[in-house]
Design a protein. Sequence first.
Lengths: 284, 684
Amino acid sequence: MPMTALDEAKMRVRQCIESGESHGVLGLIRKADGVRPYLFEEASDVDFLVLSPKWLLAKQAVSLLSKLPDVYRLSVICRGCDERAIRELIKRNRVDAKRLHMIGLACDADQAGACLCPAPAPSSVDIGTVVPGVDFCDDPGTKAFVSGDRKARRQLWQEAFKKCIKCYGCRNACPLCHCSPCKLADGLWVDTGKVPADPVTFHLIRAFHLADGCVGCGACQDACPVGIPLMMLQWPMRQALENEYGYCAGSDTGQRSPLFSSLTQCPSAGLPTPGWIDSREAGE
Amino acid sequence: MTIQFVKTICPYCGCGCGILLEIVDQTIVAARPDNDHPVSRGRLCIKGWHAHEFVHHPDRLTHPLAKNRGRFHKISWDEAMDIAIDRLSSAAGRAGPAGIGGFSSARCTNEENYLFQKFIRAGFGTNNVDHCARLCHGPTAVAMARAFGSGAMTNSIQDVVLSDCILMFGSNAPETHPIIMGRIYEAQAAGARLIVVDPRRTAAAQNATLHLAVTPGGDIPLINGMMRHILDAGLEDRAFISERTQGFEDMARHLDQWPLERAAGLSGIAGNQICAAAEQYAGAQRASLFFCMGITQHSFGTANVHALCNLAMLCGQVGRPGAGVNPLRGQNNVQGACDVGALPDYLPGYQRVADPGARSIFEAAWKRPLSAEPGLTLTEMTAVAGETIRALYIMGENPMMSDPDINEVKTRLKRLDFLMVQDIFMTETAKMADLVLPGACFAEKNGTFTNTERRVQRVRAAVPPPGDALDDFSILCRLGNKLGLDFNYADSSQALVELSCLAPIYGGIDFQRVAPHGLQWPCPTHDHPGTPCLHQGVFSRGQGLFVIPEFALPAESADEGYPFALITGRMFAHYHTGTMSRRSEALNREAETAFVQIHPDDAGDRGISEGDRVRVSTRRGSIDLSACLTPCIRPGSMFIPFHFSEAPANALTFAVLDPVSKIPSFKLCAAGLERGKNDDTHGA
């Protein structure tokens, strides 16, 4: 019988611990209380390792690393989205790459479909089999937020933002969010004490803060209790950076964001006023 | 260094969301969503994300405290137990068993509530035990038990995605039950119609397909008007009515008194809108009815709930997945506190104290004679505090903030011979106590909470209580043993075993079975899968009962001196009396202090601008707070959240009670508004 992804995962994690390669591996465990994240430090615990439900661990891995002693070497089971987030954090000097090792998990076709994920595997796959990416345009409901009649699109966004309950879950779940104090909570632009949050001062400040940091992991959208398609808010900017500057956040640990470069380094001089801000078609 | 992740349940509202506490060396450093939780599925509201922030707060009570000449002194637990039992027993000795009363806690676990009511009932021979369900869904428990045979939410939260019509009465779920509202939006995105009935243009109303801005207190005219139109248009479910209900003929005759014009006049809703709502609800394949405090917190709350049950039965919109009548319970464990008998008329599992058969089972199990007479409700106990009630034991409740007319509550509590308060902070109520016992918060105890959809869920200790504080279960065990009861439980799981033997609805529930994803009662046996949807095929009581809801005018109406209709309630960033949420930095940043929402026209008439200090007065008292101008409140009414002790909304409300359920009319009283006078110091 061929090895399942779970068998592969258990073998890899056990090996990681037993060889001393890592002091601990952050993954998911299923015990009597259900599934939860767990720091595997003993090989005997690995029998209880699981890979689902989808549970992005990048943010927790980074948070743990900051608390663990400097000599602690941590591994974390990473999906493609986790890997992009961690790479971007390494690039931004928020994580020491030497202390954090990634064990790559390729998502299965169901998960890729559920996430409408264009890149459902990390660069180096230790667990699972790579499946093709999914174009979010396959889902008309999602596509409608970034293409088609502008008035209709505006209506869609207004209706979505009106549901915001101001949980800050999008910010809290985002592996890249890190301002201190947070610009949404420093009392300058965002009104306090009222729901829904104002789209311009809340959602757009958040979106622009992440313009060149967003790796499209979907943690914000997964955490949104009211179903605002937050990835589609980020998508046009990510697309523009990729199309016009060849920049893709999280694709590696070296590429500098165009926002950090001087304009003379721009690839093509004389770019038009960015019509891409609100449109899928304009970028094509 | 040890790092742990502990799965537990959010301590705020009745949604019962799963949270994952991250613990580094006995300090909780984060609360995150639990992706493996059936209700919240990896999502949380602002309160859930910050649920850990009050746990290690320096204000936590860490020692038992006794009051001596007006000042608190630290004492040992042994001394505290001596004082507690000595003073309670002597009060009972002087005034008889009915001189003792207990307020149990919708914050605490099922096991703790079970022990609390057992302590009062078996220890003192009185049924004077109640809790704050009296202040929220008391009318629901009474009316739904009478109409359907069970006072709880009929369906599951996830059921709503099956509905094609959702009718919400008096619930601002986006702020008060946000994760449930997310599910409702999911249904709406799939094509369901959302009809919201609320005098305020709440966040729910703003997202509704149809918002009916009912006159405060005008729900019965609206519902009766809808029912009358449904009958006139022949949209009722005849088969359901004839097979599954009784009392319909009387009901139908009663509706002759509710022609559309009268309904429209008294509800403030145009006739065509009443008809539209009625047609959408009756015509739906599966319609879900949700309601909350806007229905119950009236002096006619029980009648309001009956009206809703009538509407659902008329249309056959109950007893199927996606079709039901769903009260949204307020506190994390208010459902459980009711289930396990923290009510004056019910033993655990909704068995009536007046039923000799039920009582004898408990007498045999507890080895003590029990009183056959239903006890006093919470509001009644407060009203006779210092008279027939001589000593009160309050666990995890704060009536000095939560009860109506708190100036009067203060006077009453002062008259007690002995007041004992068990809590995690020095609340407004604890300050008045003779003895304060430091309890534990949700993150420091093992047990179960039952959420609004009857899901019994496991709560897990992540850290020990601070200082000498003890978890409430241990405190109750010590008290019980000191009183001579056999409270020798090794841990809370043993209490759940005992409860499951005595309360058939919890018969199959134990720690192991509820550990991963909970179980929904009724769950009578250890191989029963639980019951996601009640009343399928047959109502719990047999036939559903139509009960004619008598329409009454509000006990107090706006007049010249007090021209506003005052509505009290919650806002999204805080919870109830603010004891926990106001000690959370993130929540406090969102709303630091008290405010009153008024319509810009009313503000303009009085020269009031946004943020101005204003004084709101009723016949009970006055409070000073800042004005918040919003077109979402109708002219002539105002809204004040009741979280803020510096301007407590309940200094304004009054203790006019619903005659059946004894709930106070928090949602409606007459109030006056004036610009604040900065040099004026007399407030509440």
